[in-house]
Design a protein around this ligand. Structure first.
Ligand code: ADP
Ligand code: MG
Length: 290
């Protein structure tokens, strides 16, 4: 592309709310064979709500919700925020937390007075017998909801289920990418059934689920072994290394500073239609259309 064409292309993109931080990205994006997306906060709104609390008989609803919300009160994870909002809505007073450990990609553990509270994925709780809950949780996960398990003093107390909504344009953006000859992928820390359900709703070609924050980069590398040029779209602190690793990193403008700083392209606002605008403008620019 000529320098003029690149300048005009960047200008057109900016008018549409797409900032190319590097002109190389404008030149490379048109060659993207696959666009991979983070799930939570990128394809979905990232503001889940608690929809179900399935209680073990030995515990009471408010007791468990208060303990779990207290344990989550020092986490900034969207699941934590959903549980805290539910506790607040129920008018519960949260007990003081004496000790807190966060295990990214798994969950949290807190000491609350004499009690030890663990909240996290089925994988984090794999030493417990979850068979009573399993059928219900699998059914909810198949609807795209995310279950977490809570244990109090090493006894399973409840399963809490949160649901996030997909952004209104996500499905159309995926369909349009396919029409433009680009494959799509999802990379998520969420459990396999939930991620697969959301991917199916959106028509995404391939899903990488239960990917730990530190392994998102490996997932990008794996995609690169089968594709020449990989674009990645993400919003979280966890996504920053993957955005840097991808051939083209695209940050959602409503995302974290870490994501935005690691990206080559920034979409102002949260709408993924910007990915299509960026791709279309890159293709036009490389044909010296302007
Ligand atoms: P993502 O943001 O893509 O869902 P994460 O790596 O942040 O991925 O989390 C993966 C999984 O770990 C979550 O789906 C959940 O099961 C569990 N998890 C992480 N953080 C928490 C938390 N604060 N409370 C409960 N569960 C959590
Ligand atoms: Mg995210």
């Amino acid at each position: 592309a000529t320098p003029t064409s690149i300048m005009v292309g960047s200008g057109r993109a900016a008018e549409l709310g797409v900032l190319f931080r590097q002109s190389e990205a404008l030149q490379r994006l048109r060659d993207a064979d696959v666009v991979a997306f983070d799930k939570t906060g990128t394809l979905t709104e990232g503001k889940p709500a608690l929809t179900d609390l399935i209680l073990d008989d030995d515990f009471s609803h408010d007791e468990v919700l208060a303990l779990v919300a207290a344990a989550e009160s020092r986490s900034e994870h969207p699941i934590a925020l959903a549980i805290l909002a539910a506790a607040e809505k129920a008018g519960l007073t949260l007990p003081a937390v004496d000790h807190f450990v966060s295990d990214p990609g798994h969950g949290v553990t807190a000491t609350i007075g004499e009690r030890r509270v663990q909240v996290g994925s089925a994988r984090m709780m794999r030493d417990f017998d979850l068979s009573d809950f399993a059928p219900t949780l699998e059914q909810l996960a198949d609807q795209g909801k995310t279950p977490v398990i809570a244990a109090v003093d090493s006894k399973i107390a409840a399963a809490l289920v949160v649901a996030d909504v997909v952004k209104p344009t996500s499905k159309a953006v995926i369909a349009r990418l396919h029409a433009m000859g680009v494959r799509t992928a999802m990379i998520s820390g969420d459990n396999k059934r939930t991620a697969a359900a959301i991917a199916a709703q959106l028509g995404i070609d391939e899903v990488h689920a239960e990917v730990l924050p530190a392994d998102k980069v490996s997932a990008i590398k794996a995609l690169r072994q089968r594709n020449r040029v990989v674009a990645y779209v993400g919003d979280g602190i966890n996504d920053a290394p993957a955005l840097a690793e991808a051939d083209i990193g695209i940050a959602v403008g409503t995302g974290t500073d870490a994501a935005i700083e690691s990206a080559d392209v920034v979409l102002l606002g949260g709408d993924l239609k910007g990915v299509l605008d960026a791709l279309t403008i890159s293709r036009a620019t490389m044909r010296n259309i302007w």
